[in-house]
Design a protein around this ligand. Structure first.
Ligand SMILES: [Zn+2]
Ligand SMILES: [Zn+2]
Length: 366
């Protein structure tokens, strides 16, 4: 079947919209008609060469759509189901799946840009085209492992459903699943893009008392207020660490989250937490970034630092819950969808992401 998709042929070149040939779903796989796909910094990390998986690749990993066809043996989804893509598989057998940490699933040894059995479904003129995170959702239709699809209530609107595939669980889960922030805690969030704003609203859902948010851009601080920040600081004008200490009797916050990922922000969240506090790295840095921590102070002040991937969520459990919270009016997702694009306009969407103009841009398919 022919499908139109956005392909990255080479780092630091625009995505090209091309017609590919797609093989149908094999055993354990499904074909999904994509309805909406969010534009995320993780896609950009591949486009700009920060991360170097093999190319050519269809990017995109935050999406929702309708199941069209399933291969042999698929029982978790059926044609007509509305689904959100999870960009991690869930074998159900490995240590990590068994202990409820399926984001770390190591049940498959095949490359992370093809099917679970190590084969590929997309071709252009006989050449294999890879799928980012085994899904590659900047495509009219996606064939992927059915276990990477989470069925949801059909009343969920598409662009909002798409964001429950990456930025919403990554941000909210960092608070509720990874850090397990308790009611009344004080929180700092560094970086108020798609993920950071979800850390802010995750802190709100968890009942944090102080939710301080920092960003270089003033428009992002306006968004942060809207998502529940109690205090906002300009990282370009204020000393953020001094400001949060002023708010917390000089001690620092209980929890600080780095929604950007990088040397300066990692060190900043460690400085901003009180002794005994927890710093959480949420944003994905370039692979070569290193941050020099001070082991002496980590020990002396009993500070903890944790990383979280995908908000440490359990997609099958947490995506439907996030959908319920949105449909009940307790989770803001409409406000995240700043702009929509057609697939042909996708490079404009990345330009807007780079300039920080949007909370989230979403490609909407007909
Ligand atoms: Zn993402
Ligand atoms: Zn597993």
């Amino acid at each position: 079947m022919p499908v139109k998709a956005a392909v990255l042929w080479k780092a630091n070149t625009p995505l090209e919209i091309v017609d590919l040939t797609q093989q149908g779903p094999q055993a354990g796989e499904a074909r999904v008609v994509v309805k909406a796909a969010g534009i995320c910094h993780s896609d950009w990390h591949i486009m700009n060469g920060d991360w170097m998986p093999p190319l050519p690749m269809v990017l995109g990993h935050e999406a929702a759509g309708i199941v069209e066809e399933v291969g042999a043996g698929v029982v978790n989804v059926k044609p007509g189901d509305h689904v959100i893509f999870s960009f991690r598989p869930h074998c159900g057998r490995c240590l990590y799946c068994s202990i409820g940490r399926s984001i770390l699933c190591d049940g498959y040894t095949s490359a992370r840009w093809g099917m679970l059995d190590g084969t590929y479904r997309l071709k252009k003129d006989g050449q294999d085209i890879y799928q980012m995170a085994r899904i590659g959702t900047f495509s009219e239709r996606v064939v992927c492992a059915a276990e990477m699809l989470v069925p949801i209530r059909p009343e969920m609107p598409w662009p909002q459903a798409a964001l429950v595939g990456c930025c919403v669980p990554t941000g909210v889960g960092a608070v509720t699943r990874c850090a397990q922030v308790e009611t009344g805690a004080s929180v700092l969030v560094v970086g108020c893009g798609g993920v950071g704003l979800n850390v802010v609203q995750g802190a709100r859902l968890a009942g944090a008392s102080i939710i301080a948010a920092a960003d270089l851009l003033d428009n992002k601080l306006v968004y942060a207020k809207e998502f529940g920040a109690t205090h906002t600081f300009s990282a370009s004008k204020d000393n953020v660490v001094d400001k949060v200490r002023e708010l917390t009797a000089g001690r620092g916050v209980d929890y600080a989250f780095d929604a950007i990922g990088g040397e300066a922000t990692t060190l900043q969240i460690l400085d901003a937490i009180r002794p005994g506090g927890t710093a959480v790295i949420v944003g994905m840095a370039a692979m070569n970034v290193r941050a020099p921590i001070a082991p002496y102070f980590m020990a002396l002040q009993e500070k903890a630092i944790k990383g979280t991937m995908y908000g440490s969520v359990r997609p099958n459990l947490d995506f439907p819950k996030l959908v319920d919270l949105y449909l009940d009016g307790r989770l803001k997702i409409d406000e995240l969808v700043s702009r929509t694009y057609t697939l042909d306009q996708i490079n404009e969407g990345f330009a807007a992401l780079r300039s920080g103009q949007v909370a989230r841009g979403v490609v909407v398919f007909n």
